[in-house]
Design a protein around this ligand. Structure first.
Ligand code: GAP
Length: 460
């Protein structure tokens, strides 16, 4: 029952996202493209707010992390050297009857409750022995399980070999390590951060914007000395990642840590912990933290023309640093923000839908609403809008009744509505309505800026 309620919530969020311009299915007018989405006028603001919050927290507010913006198209050698060309895949299996493709490890796990990721032959055997039914057509007629590389292939004029759309943003950071170090003179420990697109040809995309084929990552490669006691640094990053999730609205009890067992570690990792969030479809990976050791910089040093070493000016030592990598998905953050904010409340016998975003995330901060469409009210309201739009993302709205306009702003999470009414003409005051409490306060127009500034700062 509780599970069904959660899934209903997801349906409601998907519907609200489309109706109010947060998220649209990609290429919908041509029948849609699985695992791709467009972000509408409010979705793009929300996404930008998430990225800005991250960039401020992890780059601008810190003295030892700097940012880059590397290309999506990277040299073909990079993906061979990083191991992705060989080993960046999932196990797939096709139903011979309905031709649908599935993640073999997911089918097996659903059937026997055991995760056999990476064990191709064992999975083929179990699917046959257990006579697992196709979730789509219900028949039992499978191909053998095969490895499927998830990188998208393309070509580039003047470059030989396959070019891949990057499946993670990290690659560009490793190969710019020396440029960043030489241009910033950072001392260890320091980090390089990047936000950008990544592409994975997922066998099965789904759960709205949870598993996508085109998405964005926010990643940091945090460089430390090889002999450094890395465990406290690793733990601190886990705390910071959870802290960020909570700044987006997650409750502590909806987050948990899942350590990858040794046999499931990525080819580069010494230790990996997933931070999972309780999505309506269960606890699933939200963010990840991996100790990548010196794998990447050693590989690139061996196969490129550059020694990716750190030179310690005090001791005269040269060495390859080790890397701890906190990684965050932008769309999973956005889904978390929508899920945490979505609230239904009964008000005077009707259901009020409110997105209770933290102020920093709200796509529109203040809505300016004249009580009627008469020029004597619209003109001064527009003037207020023009003044406040310099500082906040604002909206001006004069259509429909004031009650409907409040509900519309509640539904997209606008923290404050400012209404200019007929009394405003006489008392030079406006009504400020609080989204969460619905309380209304009369504020002098000359005090409005200080009043709203205080409201936004006290909520930071
Ligand atoms: N550089 C390490 C790395 O890419 P990952 O766990 O494969 O690690 C990092 O991905 C994060 O990217 C995940 O924690 C998740 O938030 C996001 N992510 C991964 N695959 C995704 C997909 N198919 N759709 C949406 N987000 C995804």
């Amino acid at each position: 029952m509780k599970e069904k309620k959660q899934l209903d919530k997801m349906e409601k969020i998907i519907s609200l996202s489309k109706r109010r311009g947060f998220v649209f299915q990609g290429s919908e007018i041509y029948g849609g493209m699985g695992g791709t989405y467009s972000y509408g006028p409010l979705g793009v603001e929300l996404k930008n707010n998430i990225k800005q919050l991250w960039w401020k927290k992890f780059v601008q507010d810190r003295t030892n992390i700097v940012g880059i913006d590397g290309p999506i198209l990277l040299h073909p050698k990079l993906w061979v050297v990083s191991g992705h060309a060989e080993g960046f895949g999932d196990a797939m299996v096709d139903c011979k009857e309905c031709k649908k493709r599935f993640r073999a490890d997911h089918l097996v796990e659903d059937a026997i409750g055991k995760d056999l990721e990476g064990k191709i032959e064992e999975m083929t055997k179990i699917i046959k022995e257990e006579k697992i039914k196709c979730p789509n057509c219900g028949k039992v007629n499978w191909t053998d399980v095969k490895e499927f590389n998830m990188m998208f292939k393309t070509q580039m004029n003047g470059v030989e070999g396959d070019i891949f759309l990057r499946p993670e943003t990290a690659g560009a950071i490793f190969i710019e390590f020396k440029n960043v170090m030489d241009s910033t003179r950072q001392k260890l420990p320091f980090g390089i951060a990047q936000i950008g697109k990544a592409f994975r040809n997922e066998i099965v995309a789904g759960n709205f914007i949870f598993r996508l084929r085109e998405f964005e990552q926010m990643e940091i490669e945090y460089l430390i000395r090889p002999q450094e006691n890395w465990e406290p640094i690793f733990d601190n990053w886990l705390n910071l990642q959870e802290e960020f999730a909570m700044e987006l609205g997650a409750k502590k009890e909806d987050l948990r840590r899942l350590e990858h067992p040794r046999e499931k570690l990525s080819h580069y990792s010494k230790k990996t912990i997933d931070i999972e969030y309780k999505f309506p479809f269960g606890f699933k990976e939200l963010y990840g933290l991996a100790h990548r050791g010196d794998f990447d910089l050693t590989q690139h040093t061996e196969f490129s023309n550059e020694k990716l070493e750190y030179f310690d000016q005090e001791t005269g030592e040269r060495f390859i640093p080790h890397i701890i990598e906190p990684t965050f998905g932008v769309e999973r953050s956005l889904l978390l923000a929508l899920l945490s904010a979505y609230t239904e409340e009964e008000v005077e016998g009707e259901i009020r839908v409110v997105l209770k975003f933290p102020n920093k995330l709200a796509p529109i901060k203040i809505a300016f609403l004249p009580l009627s469409k008469k020029d004597e009210l619209t003109e001064p309201t527009k003037k207020l809008f023009d003044k406040f739009k310099e500082k906040f993302i604002c909206q001006y709205d004069e259509t429909q009744s004031i009650g409907k306009r409040y509900r519309r702003q509640d539904e997209v999470g606008t923290p404050y509505c400012v209404t200019f009414d007929f009394d405003s003409l006489g008392d030079n005051s406006v009504t400020v309505r609080d989204r969460d409490t619905m309380k209304q306060e009369r504020v002098k127009i000359e005090d409005l800026e200080i009043y709203l500034n205080e409201k936004f700062h006290s909520n930071e």
